[in-house]
Structures are given as structure tokens and as C-alpha cells.
Design a protein around this ligand. Structure first.
Ligand code: NIG
Ligand code: FE
Length: 416
């Protein structure tokens, strides 16, 4: 659904441009005091100084909304999540509290495999309604576009089911969030392929990629490139083939050990490399040179008690950094945008302005959508958030608390 809407008396705060901002550019925001945005059929048709609008209500085919001086930002883009899954893993979380590591739980048949078991037992409606519940929570925190991954089926039927659920949610005319789907068949090795990783990659290449492309069920292909999961060589083979078949590429890279994932992302011209807690200096330089978006997921580092990715150094090295939540049932059962912002500022040493760019325009670039979303500019979608203040510095100050009072999707107002 889309609307004709004029928001006036807003403090507009936005990055600008149609591609990712890199390095020093990330901190540069455009600020318009007493600003107006006009949205026509869901698309921004005016951004600038107010033009004398002064009353709430419906006038000349447009709703008029007085922002009362509050900050108006582009809608947040959460460019890395796994929000379609069955079951939960609170037990595993309690083992981690007692000192067991994420990877050792995975090696003993828990972790992703346990969610795969639960997801394979769910039907379309149950999975869809659980996923829809997450979307509602995200929207209330200002998210207007989300990326969602498959990867909890690891067989033909359930992988396709996850992707079909995302398509169905994205086709809902009352949706508050656009969904970009990613195929993550290479999330873990399923039980049936134990000891046969290369054959599983063959299966993904021959039997999954073509049917997904044919049915336009995913735009991106991702892989968990990690010691003990998929090797650099296996990841390269899958992603090269995916690229050949028209997928955009993403990687779970250098999360637990420094493994060459950032370098591989640069070599393949991936859209983004994600996690990067252990990215090497050479990997950071390669991403900066190749224009790979470095997508950082501080909630995961927090929940796993791992060191944070070197966000400050990546920006200083000229990378385009995006931030996302990584919402998933295992390593990070949180989609908290407010906590993501606070952790990025406190522990990764991003400025507040850089954090805004990372969650808007650079998130959009990580989804190949920087020409359509991620900033408040004529021609882009009318997706915004309104904050509870005229000062955007409240974003990290509200540690883990929501300061969004209105999410606007395609010109439709959704009060929080
Ligand atoms: O991004 N690291 C791999 N995949 C997810 C976790 C998935 C899970 O534990 O269920 C992540 O952290
Ligand atoms: Fe992830």
C-alpha cells in the first residue's frame, strides 16, 4: 500500500546518494531544519525547506502530518537476518552461559542443526505466522526493509518453503517491511551429507540454484564460510556458480576465526561480507578496494561474548560499513535496532552520523537497493522513521530502548 503524504515541520537527517558511502563520507549527513517531505504514490517527490504547510489533516489529495520539530530519518535497513525458522534454542544459550562455545555446540549436533530439525517439522502457515511476528517487532523499531535468509531447511523442500514464505510476506499488500531474500543453503552441512561437503555443494549448485533463479525466489546467495563449516574453496565454487546464474553474493565471513572470507568476498565482487570479527588487515584493504560492503553485526558479538569487529579501522581504511542485527534463533536471538546502534557507537567507535549511514544507505547498498532506499531524496521510496526528539544524538543514548515514535512505509504512517 502506498499513500500521498506531506510531512512538515521536521528536522530531516539523511545521508545522500545512490551508492554506499565509504570511509570519511559515512559521517556526512544532510540536515534540513524545518523541512518538508512530500510522498506521491509511495515515492518521494519533494524534500526541502517547508513551503508554508501548517496544519494536520487531508488537503488537496495529500495527508499532512506535523512532525513538530522531531527528527525524520530514512527507514532503517536491516540487511542481515534469519527471521524464518522453527523452534527456539534457549537451552543452548544456557550451555553457553556455562562456558560451552558456539562452535562446540555445533560440532556436537546442536546449533544450526537443531533449528533445521525444528524447521523441517513446521508447515507453511505456522512458519509464516512466526516470521510475521518478527516483522511487526522490526517495524516498531523503524525497519522498513529487511533481508531474510533461508538456511534452516538444508533440503530442497524446506529451503524452498522458507523462501516462499518470504515471498508471500513480501507480496502482502498491507506489509510494513520490504523483504529481500537470500538463499543460504550453505549454512551448515546437513546430517544426510555428513563427511560429504563437496557433494552437498554439488547438490546446491545443480539442484537448488537453478530452481530458485527460475522462480525468482532469492536475489542473493550466501555461505557460512568458516573453519569446520564450508571451506574457502567450497565457498568459492558455490558462489562463482551462483554469480554465473545471476545471484548477487554475500558471505558469512571471518566470524569465529580469520579464514580469508573478506578476501574471498573481494575476489568475487560480493555485495557484502558479513560478521568480520576476525577479518585480517589484508581482507579489510581488499574489501575497501573492491567496494564490498562490510556488514557488521554487533549484537552477535555481544551475545557470543566475542570481540567486536574493527568497525572504526574499517571505516578509516575506506570501507563502506553497514550495520545489521543478524536476528536468528542461535547466535543472536535479537533484532534490536536500538541496541545495535548503542553497541556500534560504544564498542566499534562509530560516530552517531556513521551509524545512521550504516543502518540506512549502506544497508541499502548491501542489498543492491541504494538507488531506491536508504536516504531521503526525490525518486526514492517514502520510507522514514520519526524519533522521539529533535536531537538525533538520542539514538545511542537510548541504550536498547526504542526512540522511534513513527515508522512510515511508502507514505503510510504507522505510529509506534
Ligand atoms: O549469522 N553464523 C552463522 N549463521 C548465523 C547463526 C545461525 C544459528 O546459530 O542458527 C549467524 O550468526
Ligand atoms: Fe547470519
Amino acid at each position: 500500500m502506498s499513500e500521498n503524504l506531506i510531512i512538515f515541520n521536521a528536522r530531516i537527517v539523511t545521508p545522500t546518494g545512490t551508492s554506499a558511502r565509504k570511509g570519511a563520507e559515512m559521517g556526512q549527513l544532510r540536515i534540513i531544519e524545518n523541512g518538508t517531505v512530500e510522498v506521491t504514490k509511495g515515492i518521494i517527490t519533494y524534500v526541502g525547506e517547508s513551503r508554508g504547510e501548517d496544519r494536520d489533516g487531508y488537503y488537496q489529495h495529500y495527508w499532512h502530518y506535523n512532525a513538530r520539530g522531531h527528527c525524520l530519518l530514512p527507514g532503517f535497513v536491516d540487511s542481515h537476518t534469519h527471521f524464518v525458522f522453527g523452534g527456539e534454542r534457549s537451552e543452548e544459550f544456557s550451555w553457553r552461559l556455562k562456558g560451552e562455545s558456539y562452535m562446540s555446540i555445533m560440532e556436537h549436533g546442536g546449533g544450526i542443526a537443531s533449528t533445521v530439525k525444528a524447521t523441517r517439522q513446521m508447515n507453511f502457515l505456522k512458519l509464516r505466522s512466526a516470521a510475521e511476528g518478527f516483522l511487526k517487532k522490526m517495524s516498531a523499531m523503524g525497519v522498513t526493509t529487511v533481508e531474510g535468509k533461508s538456511g534452516y531447511g538444508l533440503d530442497r523442500e524446506t529451503e524452498l518453503l522458507q523462501l516462499k514464505i518470504m515471498r508471500s510476506l513480501n507480496n502482502d499488500e498491507h506489509k510494513r517491511i520490504d523483504i529481500v531474500s537470500t538463499f543460504l543453503g550453505a549454512h551448515a552441512l546437513p546430517e544426510e551429507y555428513k563427511g560429504r561437503g563437496d557433494e552437498y555443494i554439488d547438490f546446491l549448485i545443480r539442484e537448488m540454484l537453478p530452481v530458485i533463479r527460475e522462480n525468482e525466489l532469492a536475489e542473493c546467495c550466501d555461505v557460512f564460510c568458516e573453519q569446520g563449516v564450508f571451506s574457502v574453496e567450497q565457498s568459492r565454487r558455490l558462489l562463482r556458480e551462483a554469480k554465473e546464474q545471476g545471484f548477487l553474493l554475500k558471505l558469512h565471513a571471518d566470524e569465529i576465526v580469520s579464514f580469508g572470507g573478506a578476501e574471498l568476498a573481494a575476489e568475487l565482487g560480493a555485495l557484502s561480507a558479513d560478521h568480520l570479527l576476525q577479518a585480517s588487515d589484508a581482507g579489510i584493504r581488499a574489501m575497501a578496494d573492491a567496494g564490498v560492503v562490510a556488514t557488521l553485526l554487533p549484537l552477535t558479538a555481544f551475545a557470543l561474548k566475542e570481540p567486536y569487529a574493527r568497525g572504526r579501522e574499517m571505516i578509516d581504511a575506506g570501507c563502506a560499513v553497514a550495520l545489521a542485527t543478524d536476528l536468528n534463533p542461535g547466535s543472536c536471538f535479537s533484532g534490536s535496532i536500538p541496541l545495535t546502534i548503542a553497541l556500534a557507537c560504544i564498542y566499534m567507535k562509530l560516530s552517531i552520523e556513521e551509524t545512521i549511514t550504516a543502518l540506512t544507505l549502506n544497508g541499502a547498498a548491501a542489498l543492491h537497493r541504494a538507488d531506491r532506499i536508504g536516504s531521503i531524496e526525490v525518486g526514492k521510496q517514502g520510507d522514514f522513521v520519526i524519533l522521539n526528539s529533535d536531537n538525533y544524538h538520542i539514538l545511542p543514548y537510548y541504550v536498547g530502548m526504542n526512540c522511534v515514535i513513527m515508522t512510515i512505509k511508502g507514505g503510510m504512517l504507522y505510529p509506534v
